[in-house]
Design a protein around this ligand. Structure first.
Ligand SMILES: C[S@@+](CC[C@H](N)C(=O)[O-])C[C@H]1O[C@@H](n2cnc3c(N)ncnc32)[C@H](O)[C@@H]1O
Length: 334
């Protein structure tokens, strides 16, 4: 078995500075006029498990649509990557448990493609899972894992070799940014690539708004638990005293803009305290006040084409699921 290598970010290895950054982000977010929390903090070990349950829920169509593309069109996806000769680095941003990308990785290893896989994830438990499980599922795969944020770790991964790059950004993860942030981030990715390098982006398409909204409001209440779990994490890591029964999950979808947003609404007037080191903050919530938790933006193909072009990419291919609800788009650096 080939042993995975690991690269950690300076501030995401369990140090006090990591805790202080989390504290600052949470306090700044909760003291803003529009209270908000950053969705990247959803993914502690329990958040990872809850997200795996969301993926299996029947309402969350995004997972099954993209799974269909990766399991049924594996050879077509791989052939686009293998059109170019030579060794390459396959960098995946936010891979989760690799259920979908695993199909492509396995195909490429069996085809004797000369590549190293670089999973970049902020979740320590996901990185540990990939390092342990992937070599068993795909014997012979070469892995260098990077635990940390997309931005930092992409810079590190891109500098590790002169090989051509293929980036995977699946699961509509880019949709967690606003369209403006997405364009900025796509340009940043482009700045790390050479002409001809590829990025495969999975994006959710605009469709019947009832189908979209139901995906974020599953009957089993798993998405609700997933959102509330961030308050639990803040209680544990920042010695806070959120009473979870005093907040309710509230998703919205605006079919005109494509913005699907999740909120936690305060069910009464209340004050919550948070502590890190010598710092203590008291945050007041009004009855009915929302805390903005996450954006999951939906796109049209025209909007995706425009973003690709403005970020410096041409379109190399589109792969749709059989319902036409989700797309994996190959962009080539121009
Ligand atoms: C919604 S899951 C999607 C997983 C997988 N791509 C899929 O399609 O099933 C998002 C993943 O991205 C990671 N993630 C979220 N925000 C991140 C960030 N800012 N930097 C690095 N990883 C992040 C999470 O830990 C999680 O594993």
């Amino acid at each position: 078995m080939v042993r995975p290598n690991r690269i950690n970010s300076a501030v995401t290895n369990g140090t006090t500075s990591e805790n202080m950054i989390f504290y600052r982000d949470v306090v700044d977010g909760l003291k803003a006029d529009m209270k908000h929390l950053q969705s990247k903090y959803f993914y502690d070990a329990m958040g990872d498990r809850l997200f795996q349950r969301i993926m299996k829920s029947s309402a969350y169509y995004l997972f099954n649509c993209e799974l269909e593309i990766f399991s049924k069109r594996t050879a077509d996806l791989a052939s686009l990557i293998l059109q170019q000769d030579g060794p390459f680095d396959l960098i995946e941003l936010g891979p989760g448990d690799c259920t979908k990308s695993g199909y492509l990785l396995e195909y490429l290893v069996k085809a004797n493609a000369d590549f190293t896989y670089f999973p970049i994830d902020i979740s320590a438990s996901i990185i540990r899972y990939i390092e342990t499980e992937l070599p068993q599922r795909i014997p012979g795969i070469k892995i260098t894992s990077l635990e940390g944020e997309y931005d930092d770790m992409l810079t590190k991964a891109a500098a590790l070799s002169a090989h051509r790059k293929v980036i995977l950004f699946l699961g509509s993860n880019l949709g967690n940014m606003t369209p403006k942030q997405s364009l900025t981030f796509s340009r940043k990715i482009r700045s790390h690539l050479h002409t001809g390098d590829l990025i495969l982006i999975g994006l959710d398409l605009k469709k019947d708004p009832r189908i979209v909204l139901a995906a974020y409001n599953d009957k089993e209440g798993i998405t609700r638990q997933f959102n509330l779990n961030l308050l639990k994490r803040i209680n544990r890591e920042l010695k806070a005293n959120f009473d979870l029964s005093k907040f309710e999950h509230y998703p919205t979808y605006d079919p005109a803009t494509g913005a699907c947003k999740s909120y936690l609404v305060s069910l009464e007037d209340q004050v919550v305290s948070l502590i890190a080191g010598d710092n203590l903050e008291m945050i007041s919530f009004k009855k009915g006040e929302p805390v903005y938790m996450e954006l999951s933006h939906k796109y049209t193909i025209d909007e995706i084409n425009r973003m690709a072009q403005q970020a410096g990419f041409s379109i190399a291919g589109f792969f749709y699921d059989s319902k036409g609800w989700f797309v994996d788009a190959f962009w080539r650096a121009m």
